[in-house]
Design a protein around this ligand. Sequence first.
Ligand SMILES: [Cu+2]
Length: 68
Amino acid sequence: MKKTIQMEELVCPMCAQKIETALRKAPGVISATVLYNASKAKVEFDETQTSLEELMRVITALGYEIVR
Ligand SMILES: [Cu+2]
């Protein structure tokens, strides 16, 4: 399953890098790319192992807000 998560504006490219690294390490994630300019996280994941909600929690746990 492929999903895009819209986040509140990222302060700097290091934020995007940090989120991307955390998402890639999360169980069930096949690929993750964070677009700094758009403040979007594009994730591909195995929905039998994780969920969009779980991946959103990875982001909010780092202190970033999701735009719903
Ligand atoms: Cu930053």
